[in-house]
Structure formats: C-alpha cells, structure tokens
Design a protein around this ligand. Structure first.
Ligand SMILES: [Zn+2]
Length: 414
C-alpha cells in the first residue's frame, strides 16, 4: 500500500537542541511494508518513506510504536503520525484525503499488530516514475490529449485544458484540492458547478471563450471569497452579474470583455482590491454610482453603448416616506445586521441593492436619479479610450436621497 504526499520528519529533540525544523515537506512515496522471518513468525510492519534523493527510503517500525495520530485536517490532506522510537513526528501534507484516510487506518492496524488486509508493499526502492505523480502543472490544449481513462494527478496546482470541447466542468478536476490555477478557456462550458467553490486554494480561474450565461450566487458566496484573485470571464454571454459578486473581495484582476453586460453589479465599489478591470465591447449604457469608489491601475471600457447623460433627473421622491423606506434607511445607516433568517428574502435583496446617496446615506425606492459624466482617470491610472473619438469620459448614475441632497450637489450635475 502506497501513499503519495509531501513529508517532513521532525525530530522532537530539535527544540531541546535549540534547532528548528525547515517547515517544508518534500515529495515522497510512503509504503506500508510487512516482513516475516523464521525467528519472528508474527509479521513486522514498517513505514517506508522514499524520496527522489533517497529512493531506498528510511524505515520506521510501526508495531506498538505510535504515540499519537493527529488527524484534525485529514480532509485537507494533512495528518501527523507521532512515533515513540525514534522520537519523531511524521508530518504528511498535500495528500489525497481519501487515500490518506485509508493509509492511516492501515497504519493504525499495523501499530496494533493486526493483520493488514490490503496488499502491502515489499521493501524495494521506489522507481523514479512514481514521483511523476507529483506533477504540479499540466497543460492540455487539444481534445486528443484530454485524459479520459486516467485521472489527473492529485498534486496538480495548475491545470489548463483549453480547446478540448468541454461542455461542462469535469468533476475529476474538482477533486484536485491543491489547484491554484484553473484554465478552462476556449471550451463550450454553459454553467459552472457550485463545487468549484470547494477548491479552497483557487486563485486564478480562466473561463475565457465559453458559453457562460451567468456566474452563480453560490460561487460568489463560496470559499472563492478568500482565495480568488484573477477571474477571466471574457468572451461569454453574460448579461449581468449578481450583486453578491462584489463579495469576491480578493479579486485584483477581472476581465469581462466581449459579453452582453447591460450593467455592472451595483456594489462594484466594494471590490477594494481590484486593480485591473476590463469590460470592453459590452452593452453598458452607464456606470453605477459606486464605480467612483474603485481605485484601479488599468481600466478598459472600450466599445460600450454608453448613453448621453440625461439632462432631466428622474424624480421618485415619496412624501411622507413609506414605513418600508424609513426602516430600510435606518437599518442600512446604522449597519444593523440582517439576513433571510430574520426578514423575508425579498427584503434582503432590496437592502442588498439599496442606492447610496452622494451624502453617504441610503435609499430604496425614494430618490432622485441623475446622470452625469465622469472622467475615468479619476478611478484609474491607465485608461483605454472608451471610443474611437479619444474620450475617457463615461456616463455615471448618481442617486440623491432627498431634494436637499440634490440641490446641494446640483453643481456636480452641470
Ligand atoms: Zn442624501
């Protein structure tokens, strides 16, 4: 029985000697071996750790020799086996979690002196080819190279499968828990499974040139919130992104070119880490008011169907304010937490999409809406011209919660 993972063997004497471990594992093949001899009829069990440098490996006796198992993070492919003699901690990481669980239970049996039912390995050196399972990068750019019968190496951190005619995301990819970069560009993918959000280390997702029509709320609320930095959704058929999209707060690089976007998510200003934004050749008529809060290095909005700012504002003021309006304003202004477990879901949606007045307060249904132009250089260092006329100005919507706010900022609208 074998396990491929990263291993670090730490002597528990090190701290006493004032030394520290390196804190970094090396790729290794672990084998569970049994040996019977005439003098000792009961089988002796060993853990053999082989690395590329040491293919013969180092043996550790297992029988009644394990002090403790640490398995809190076994689902993330990590565990530690503490031996009595020698006094070492064998730290395993980057393993396939189900293989790790199987291996650990076999090790546990060997420790107890039970017979291990699974085939155990012999004490022979590990072949170099076995270490190929540690591949961290795989690039496939044609259908004929796409693995149909073989699994992807579990250790992959960077996987590209382009021009493979994929119509959906291969479930085998979603088991690659170490993935940091997934490139599925130039396929025919229509929908993304929510389980992409289980790839907890995923930093870069490239879906350029597919058939996507949406990006789901479930994905926006997954662990991608903590990991995703770069997202390429260009050349798809996306008309709008959900308001929750702005919860992907680690995003620094977002590409939305060549879609059918008719609006940006209204809370786009919440993407505080965003530095590179391109949404060229979409159908944006104007920018949301929160666009002003962005702080970008690069912005490309070329070829959108920007409208001329309207001279007359849209007035939707209520007098007096409805109970809903007043309470919504109060909740948002005082940052009172809300959620669908307390109030109806549609009210949560209303609150999520509330408009922000230039005064910083919020409004739901009672507001004055005006459009003005903004120079895109006020939010980005480098701006690609928005049209062939050399302009860097784009129409932006502004909201006013009261007549007073409108009059005070009417200079802005001129
Ligand atoms: Zn106001």
């Amino acid at each position: 029985m074998k396990l491929h993972c990263e291993v670090e063997v730490i002597s528990r004497h090190l701290p006493a000697l004032g030394l520290r471990n390196r804190g970094k594992g090396v790729r290794a093949v672990l084998s569970l071996c049994q040996q019977t001899s005439r003098s000792q009829p009961s089988a002796r069990a060993f853990l053999l750790i082989s690395t590329l440098k040491d293919k013969r490996g180092t043996r550790y006796e297992l029988r009644e020799n394990i002090e403790q198992f640490f398995t809190k993070f076994v689902d993330e492919g990590k565990a530690t086996v503490r031996l009595k003699e020698p006094p070492v901690d064998i730290c395993l990481s980057k393993a396939n979690s189900s293989s790790l669980k199987g291996f650990l239970s076999a090790v546990r049996l060997a420790h107890r002196g039970c017979k291990v039912d699974i085939p155990v390995s012999t004490l022979t050196p590990v072949k170099t080819s076995e270490f190929e399972n540690f591949k961290t990068k795989m690039v496939i750019t044609s259908k004929k190279d796409y693995p149909l019968s073989k699994n992807f190496p579990y250790s992959l951190e960077h996987l590209q499968t382009s021009y493979c005619g994929l119509v959906r995301v291969d479930m085998r990819m979603l088991c690659l828990k170490n993935l940091r970069k997934l490139d599925l560009s130039h396929n025919h993918i229509k929908k993304l499974p929510a389980t992409i959000g289980d790839l907890i280390y995923l930093q870069e997702l490239n879906l350029n040139d597919n058939h996507l029509e949406s990006f789901s709320v479930a994905l926006c609320q997954s662990t991608l919130q903590k990991s995703l930095r770069t997202l390429d959704l260009s050349k798809n058929k996306i008309k709008a992104l959900p308001v929750q999209f702005c919860q992907l707060q680690e995003l620094t690089n977002l590409k939305l070119d060549d879609n059918e976007l008719i609006q940006f998510p209204c809370k786009i200003g919440q993407l505080i880490n965003l530095r590179f934004l391109s949404a060229a050749r979409n159908k944006l008529p104007f920018l949301p008011s929160e666009f002003r809060n962005l702080s970008l290095e690069y912005l490309d909005l070329f070829g959108n169907t920007f409208e001329q700012p309207k001279i007359l504002p849209v007035i939707k003021l209520q007098a007096p304010l409805t109970l809903l309006e007043s309470s919504a304003r109060t909740i948002l202004y005082n940052r009172i937490p809300y959620g669908s477990h307390i109030i109806p879901f549609h009210l949560c949606q209303d609150l999520d999409t509330a408009k922000t007045c230039v005064c910083g307060r919020f409004c739901l249904n009672s507001f004055i809406q005006g459009t003005t132009t903004m120079n895109l250089h006020s939010v980005a260092h480098t701006v690609v011209l928005v049209d062939n006329m050399g302009g860097t100005e784009a129409p932006i919507v502004s909201y006013f919660c009261s007549l007073g706010c409108y009059v005070n900022s009417s200079d802005m609208l001129k």
